[in-house]
Design a binder for this molecule. Structure first.
Ligand code: URA
Length: 209
């Protein structure tokens, strides 16, 4: 799976394992989701381009490195994706933030767009789309299509837990988009929740259950 990367870093694995437990409350859940997002961002940004730059330290002149490629944006899929934004911004503070709101129709399970606000120059940016849970893949694929329709060409998708069904859909609909996955779970249940998963990520982040 060339465009699909399962993050095997021990810290990521440990933290994901920790938040799966139903005993973890919202405050802790939120904090650890943010930490996982930072770690995943670190891994997912390994191939960003660098350029030489001359600087002067207090000791001498030197040629250092700085990021040279496109400007970046992080686009959470509302609402659970919001939980990953701070963690990404800790690593890339200059990134702009867009928002895409999609809900899953409870009967058809199809994504319905209700909000989209992106940085004006989003099409020139390297965009990190974030959603903690890649379940059916419907919302994620729709969000990425929306970005492509607005001219965005460089898209990475980061999720904490994925189901095989969602990965297959993303690979089929967006083979050009790199997928970064914290843990690949077993399957979806009849309510389209990931098994074993961690429950409803939005409810757990915002304490709405
Ligand atoms: N969304 C969630 O928050 N959890 C799931 O298991 C599936 C979709």
């Amino acid at each position: 799976m060339p465009n699909v990367q399962i993050m095997d870093h021990p810290l990521i694995q440990h933290k994901i394992n920790y938040i799966r437990s139903e005993d973890v409350g919202s405050k802790e859940f939120r904090e650890i989701v943010s930490e996982i997002a930072s770690l995943m961002c670190y891994e997912a940004s390994r191939d960003l381009k660098l350029t030489d730059v001359k600087i002067k330290t207090p000791i001498c002149e030197m040629t250092g490195k700085k990021l040279s490629g496109k400007k970046m944006a992080v686009v959470p899929i509302l609402r659970a994706g919001l939980g990953m934004v701070d963690g990404i911004l800790k690593m890339i503070p200059a990134a702009k933030v867009g928002h895409i709101g999609l809900y899953r129709d409870p009967k058809t399970f199809q994504p319905v767009e209700y909000y989209c606000k992106l940085p004006a120059d989003c099409s020139e940016r390297e965009v990190f789309v974030v959603d903690p849970m890649l379940a059916t893949g419907g919302s994620s694929a729709a969000a990425i299509q929306l970005l492509k329709d607005k001219g965005v060409k460089h898209i990475r998708f980061l999720c904490i837990i994925a189901a095989p069904e969602g990965v297959e859909l993303m690979k089929a609909e967006h083979p050009d988009v790199a997928l970064y996955i914290g843990a690949l779970d077993d399957h979806l249940n009849e309510h389209k929740y990931i098994v074993p998963g961690l429950g409803d990520a939005g409810d757990r982040i915002f304490g709405t259950k």
